[in-house]
Design a binder for this molecule. Sequence first.
Ligand code: IPM
Ligand code: MN
Length: 353
Amino acid sequence: MKKIIAFTEGDGVGKEVIPEGIKILKIIDEYTDFEFEFKEAPAGGAVWKKHGESLPEKSFETIKNSDALLFGAIGIPGLPQGVAEIAILNIRQGLDLYVNLRPIKLYEPLRDRCPLRDEFIGDGIDIYFVRENTEGLYKNIGYLKENEAQNIMHYTREGCERIIKFAFEFAKRKGHKKVTSVDKANILKPSQLWRKIFHDIGSKYPNIKIEDIYIDAFCQWLIRTPYAYQTVVTGNMFGDIISDEAAFLIGSLGMASSGNIHPNKVSMYEPIHGSAPDIAGKNIANPIGTILSVKLMMEESFQSKIGNEIENAVEEGLKEGRTIDIENPNLKTLSTKEMGDLISEKLRNKLKK
Ligand code: IPM
Ligand code: MN
């Protein structure tokens, strides 16, 4: 199966973690029927400085004509607000990537890195956040004037229906028993529309329990009972915020992966961390967020089961060595490249058999 993989390293640590993701794809290429061709699609802050736009038309064309995009991180200090970030929004809007899928899983070897006490971790943390990714406050229909500014939280029935349906189908596929919806229906009109649609669609899945929680309360419950959640569906802005909160529960933001997805179309996979200018260029960033984004790509875009092997390779790697953000005094502290090599070797050994 030939697949074209577009890749954007972007800025800062993006340049260090993306090669580690590509390493994993090359191993998959070597040992399975997948054949990957890589095409670079430059974007980000440095590109903006040079060309005055952060997502040049040519890069977008490359992405549009690929089978999936592996994306690093963008942003460099000192740029005007938003000029680099807009590249991400333009890809999400331009490809209509209405699902932002963000797994939050605490791997057993990292249990000691979780900031919660053991009693709060319970049976473990394994949550999939399903964030609406094209509507709400992110529709960019706002303005900024000298003395006032505005953004409108606009949702459509179609927009709510498709993301909520995705969440239920996803939960069914994963064998989840419950879907939790997070909103602010006690105050926001779009949440009232959302909640009604959530119940209508939920009633068609009799084997899945449904639950609504207000965003403010959920921020607390996520820390009190993280083991209680499986699939969590929410709007764009709420999903942005909760997923960063959740990411720290698994030991480090550097561990968290994501997919910006339109099922059966070109989708984009990225670690959720940013370009991290403070540690950029030092070869110390954690490549696992990117490696797990490759796992998601294989599962969601290419319907492959190899994601399990990637995950096992990561878990084994974590028992031997760690990057500095998740370091452990009893294990070797590794550079970005060494961590990537260790996981690659583990994966290679599994696929060789
Ligand atoms: C994310 C990021 C983006 C967002 C920014 C960079 C536009 O924070 O992917 O969560 O707000 O969605
Ligand atoms: Mn964010």
